[in-house]
Design a protein around this ligand. Structure first.
Ligand SMILES: NC(=O)c1ccc[n+]([C@@H]2O[C@H](COP(=O)([O-])OP(=O)(O)OC[C@H]3O[C@@H](n4cnc5c(N)ncnc54)[C@H](OP(=O)(O)O)[C@@H]3O)[C@@H](O)[C@H]2O)c1
Length: 261
């Protein structure tokens, strides 16, 4: 966080400091749910935040307004993360608007399309792998060079408890999230010397649109006997993005009421 008057002005103009550098943040899939809560949490820490969305323009505008009402700075940026051209376009837009590199990236955009393995369609497999794994890889690839040049950066990937433990009926989602965790660890080791950290959070059952259709069976398996909130996940992401988390890298932080324990 800013320490001097000059840095405070600079931070308000462009973003928070990560290890002495000023940058902005990008949260994918931030129009609702966990992503919206993460965008708001990072803005409260002084980051100028890119609020990415695919179809929810009004919802994304609402997130930006909420951040601005709290004195923060944000910009809604449309873009389907599955499109390979999206990372360059989003990063260029934010770098131009906030006049700083993206030094915090949260890969949160995700979808599920459940079925058992014997009956799963190619379309359901591809859609989930493309969105939840391949898109995050392309975002990270685009983010890393400026972060390494700045010798600071934070990447947080939103994985899932299903990437750690089996959940019958989600083979595509499990493979994508387990792959995302492996990608997180591998990249973390590659860039650790450059002052860039790469971590994952693994939420359990969180109250969002994604889980609105689920029945109560899953809840009965949660040791805490309740679903989590997007804000509880956002608090963990906020920590991993903070300066204080500089020695935390390649880790997976479960936010699941004990589900993976
Ligand atoms: N909810 C849970 O219990 C839970 C548990 C574990 C992990 N997670 C993970 O947490 C993340 C967020 O989940 P959520 O529950 O908050 O989901 P959600 O409420 O369904 O919201 C999904 C968000 O992702 C965006 N999105 C989806 N596909 C996109 C694409 N191709 N390009 C850009 N944005 C896209 C949506 O944007 P639009 O609305 O604009 O399309 C929306 O903002 C996901 O990665 C999910 O797998 C969730």
């Amino acid at each position: 966080m800013p320490e001097t008057e000059t840095e405070t002005v600079s931070a308000r103009a462009g973003g928070a400091r990560a290890r002495g550098r000023t940058g902005c943040a990008l949260v994918t899939g931030a129009s609702r749910g966990i992503g919206a809560a993460v965008a708001r949490a990072l803005a409260r820490d002084g980051w100028a935040v890119g609020v990415n969305y695919r179809s929810g323009a009004d919802a994304a505008a609402g997130v930006v307004s909420a951040i601005e009402d709290e004195g923060g700075r944000a910009l809604a940026v449309a873009g389907d993360v599955v499109d390979p051209a999206t990372p360059d376009r989003l990063f260029a837009t934010l770098e131009a608007e906030f006049e700083h590199p993206v030094l915090a990236l949260v890969n949160n955009a995700g979808v599920s399309d459940d079925d058992l393995t014997p009956s799963m369609s190619d379309a359901a497999w591809d859609a989930v792998i493309d969105t939840d794994l391949s898109a995050a890889f392309r975002m990270m690839r685009r983010a890393l060079r400026p972060m390494m040049r700045a010798r600071c950066g934070r990447i947080v990937n939103v994985a899932s408890v299903v990437g750690l433990r089996a959940n019958p009926g989600q083979p595509n989602y499990a493979a994508a999230k387990a792959g995302l965790i492996a990608l997180t660890k591998n990249t973390a080791v590659e860039v650790a010397r450059r002052g860039v950290t790469v971590n994952a959070v693994a939420p359990g059952l969180i109250e969002t649109d994604m889980t609105a259709q689920l029945d109560g069976d899953l809840l009965a398996r949660v040791p805490a006997r309740r679903a989590g909130t997007p804000e509880e996940v956002a608090a963990c992401v906020r920590f991993l993005v903070s300066e204080e988390a500089g020695y935390v890298t390649g880790s997976v932080l479960s936010v699941d009421g004990g589900l993976a324990a």
